[in-house]
Write a protein that binds this ligand. Structure first.
Ligand code: UFG
Length: 330
C-alpha cells in the first residue's frame, strides 16, 4: 500500500515509517517540521514539508503520490502547553485534521488511521480504562483529539466507503531496538526522557510530582507502551481497515508502573544514581491511568510484547546515550 504518514518526522511517526517500510509498504512523509526532524526520515522516503492547514498542497501530495491510506500523527502534544495556548491546539490538531480530511475527500483517499489519546478519557473513576469508559477530557489537548474522533464519525456517516481507526495511546515510551531512531523533544517533559537526561547530567535532578496520591507507593501510575509495539499496532489496524469501518482501540500494555518504579528502572539501566527530589503535584495529573487493551487483541490479535519497564527504558537509554543532543548529535 502507499501510505502518507503525517508527522512522520516526529517521535511516534518515525517509528511507524520504519515499521511500514519493513512490511514492504511505500511511504511518503508529510511534516511541517515544527517539532519534527528531517534526519528522522530515512533516505529515499519523500519528505513533503507542508502544513496540514494548506489544503491545496496536501491535496496535491495525496494525488501526486497516489496515496491509498493516511496515518495521521502530526499534532501538538503537550498537555500543559495546551492549557496555555488552547487555540493553537484546536487550530493545529482539530483544524489541521479538518484540512487533511478535506484534502482526502478531494483526492478520493478514504482510509485513515488517527493518533488519538487516553487524554480523551480525562480522569475516569474506574480502572482499567476500556473503550466504553466515558470520554471527558480535562484539557484542550484531550478535547482537540476528541473533536477529531467526532469529526471522523461524521465523515464516515456522510461517505459509506470512508473508513477510519482512532487509536487511543497511553504513555508511549522507548526507542527502536536497533538504536536507529528515538525520542528528541524540545522542551522535554516526559518522565523517561527526563530521567535519562538526568543520568546524562543534562539536568541536575529529577522532581517527582507528588508522592501523596492514593496509589501503592504514593506516586502516579501510568501505562507505558513501547513505541515499536505501537507502530506494529498501526500496521495491523491499517491492514484490517475495510470500507465503512469505524474502529476505536486503546493501545496500552494493560497495567501500570508508578513514577518510583520507573525511576528505579532508569537508575538500574543507566547505572547512574541521579538526584531525585519530591515536589508538589503537577496540576491535571490523574493518580492512575492504565488501559484495558483486550478489544484490539480480540479483534485483530495485537498485544504489546515489550512490556518489561527495564527493557523499555533500556531501548530509550541506547538512543539517549548515543545521541545526547538528539538528531543534532554528531
Ligand atoms: N513525572 C514526574 N516528574 C517529571 C515528569 C513526569 O513525576 O519530571 C510524572 C508525572 O507527574 C506523571 C508521570 O510522571 O505522573 C508521567 O508523566 P509524563 O509527562 O511522562 O506523561 P503524562 O502521563 O503526563 O502524559 C501522557 C501522554 C500525553 C497524554 C497524557 C494523558 O504523554 O500525551 O498522558 O494523561 F495526553
Amino acid at each position: 500500500m502507499k501510505v502518507l504518514v503525517t508527522g512522520g518526522a516526529g517521535y511516534i511517526g518515525s517509528h511507524a515509517v520504519k515499521r511500514l517500510l519493513a512490511a514492504g509498504h511505500k511511504v511518503v512523509v508529510l511534516d511541517n517540521l515544527f517539532r519534527g526532524h528531517r534526519e528522522a526520515v530515512p533516505q529515499g522516503v519523500p519528505l513533503e514539508e507542508i502544513d496540514l492547514r494548506n489544503t491545496d498542497a496536501v491535496t496535491n501530495t495525496l494525488t501526486h503520490h497516489a496515496i491509498d491510506c493516511v496515518m495521521h500523527f502530526a499534532a501538538l502534544a503537550y498537555v500543559g502547553e495546551s492549557v496555555q495556548q488552547p487555540l493553537n491546539y484546536y487550530d493545529n490538531n482539530t483544524g489541521g485534521t479538518v484540512g487533511l480530511l478535506t484534502a482526502m475527500r478531494r483526492a478520493g483517499v478514504r482510509r485513515i488511521v488517527f493518533s488519538s489519546t487516553c487524554a480523551t478519557y480525562g480522569e475516569p473513576e474506574k480502572m482499567p480504562i476500556t473503550e466504553e469508559t466515558p470520554q471527558r477530557p480535562i484539557n484542550p489537548y484531550g478535547w482537540s483529539k476528541l473533536f477529531v474522533e467526532r469529526i471522523l464519525l461524521d465523515e464516515a456517516a456522510a461517505d459509506a466507503k470512508f473508513s477510519f481507526a482512532a487509536l487511543r495511546y497511553f504513555n508511549v515510551a522507548g526507542s527502536a531496538e536497533d538504536g536507529s531512531i528515538g525520542e528528541d523533544h524540545a522542551p522535554e517533559t516526559h518522565l523517561i526522557p527526563v530521567l535519562l537526561n538526568a543520568a546524562l547530567g543534562k539536568v541536575p535532578k529529577v522532581t517527582i510530582f507528588g508522592q501523596d496520591y492514593p496509589t501503592p507507593d504514593g506516586t502516579c501510575v501510568r501505562d507505558y507502551i513501547h513505541v515499536q509495539d505501537l507502530a506494529d499496532a498501526h500496521a495491523i489496524v491499517m491492514d484490517a481497515l475495510a470500507p465503512g469501518d469505524r474502529r476505536f482501540y486503546n493501545l496500552g500494555i494493560g497495567r501500570g508502573h508508578s513514577v518510583r518504579e520507573v525511576i528505579d528502572a532508569a537508575k538500574k539501566v543507566t547505572g547512574v544514581d541521579f538526584k531525585v527530589e519530591t515536589g508538589p503535584r503537577r496540576p491535571g495529573d490523574p493518580p492512575m491511568l492504565y488501559a484495558n487493551a483486550d478489544k484490539v487483541h480480540r479483534e485483530l490479535g495485537w498485544k504489546a510484547k515489550l512490556t518489561d519497564i527495564h527493557h523499555v527504558t533500556e531501548t530509550a537509554w541506547r538512543w539517549f546515550k548515543n545521541h545526547p543532543n538528539g538528531y543534532q548529535s554528531p
